[in-house]
Design a protein around this ligand. Sequence first.
Ligand code: F6P
Length: 343
Amino acid sequence: MRLGVLTGGGDCPGTNAVLRAITRKAASDLGTTVIGFLDAWDGVLEGRTVALTTDVVRGILPRGGTILGTRRGSPLDYPDGVDRVRQALAEHRIDMLIVIGGNGSLTVASILHDDHCIPIIGVPKTIDNDVMGTEYSFGFNTAVQIATDAIDRLHTTAESHDRIMVVEVMGREAGWIAMHAGLAGGATAIAIPEQPFDIEELARLVARRHDRGRYASVVVLAEGAMPIPGSLDVPTRELDEFGHRVYGDLALHVTPKLAELTGFEARVTQLGYVQRGGTPTSFDRVLSTQYGLAAVAAAIDGASGTMISLSCGEMTRVPLSTARGVLKRVDVSQFAELAPLLG
Ligand code: F6P
């Protein structure tokens, strides 16, 4: 049996650890090298590959990014895209393609499998943790740790100056990073895309904390959080070429308003791509390794059309279509339960 693999969507810490596990298990259980397609689907369409041997993956376990490169395009954008995918797999005699990707890549993978009978196994990869069908995707723990470290650092500078620190984290449609990092860092307030926020309520939480004699207020905003309509002017977010909203301005609007409403100085920190770069945490290295081993085991079992899923601490398989066109978002009732911890 021969395996192919590609990494699609935004890069994510732990991806190389998945590639290493896939390569080593394929070498040990199947006695074959794995064909890695470069730059996601582009490599499939353009015939750009690398043979993943145990030598090639040596030393990549702690490395961020992906040695295969990644892009956001899809073969479904081309009239002959599906045929070209079939040709590429035939040319390299690939029996199963492992797609390591987020919502976009897994949706494409599901369409290719379900509608075009292409043999595919999915592995969920996103720092945002918004892939439906798995409890945690690898990369999320690293992003939360980076954001938590930043919040801890912001606390001491906020305290010294009696300032409000507004920190914007990633999460366009789902607030998992904001919620977990905000909780871990003892944030004063957290705003997530799933629940429109009231700027006056944020200001009240800051003022209440100050009244209790605390001088460090850290407000955590997911980049895709939205104010209650009409309560704060936020420019309309444009769509990029892949139909994703482009964010990166929310904190710039929230911060001066909070300063105005509370009378305290306020400063902005936008964490941006540091959340995605660099070495994975030990948790993510282990989780990524488990995902990679489970993907090869599924390939050996011929479990085409499945996605590897973390469920109750175990690696399991769910239909690939579980992740197709949907997002796993924060349950707002669960979010509301955090209220006693804020302020
Ligand atoms: O999907 C992961 C993610 O990091 C989002 O949280 C973020 O908004 C987006 O990717 C940024 O993507 P790009 O690499 O296209 O700028």
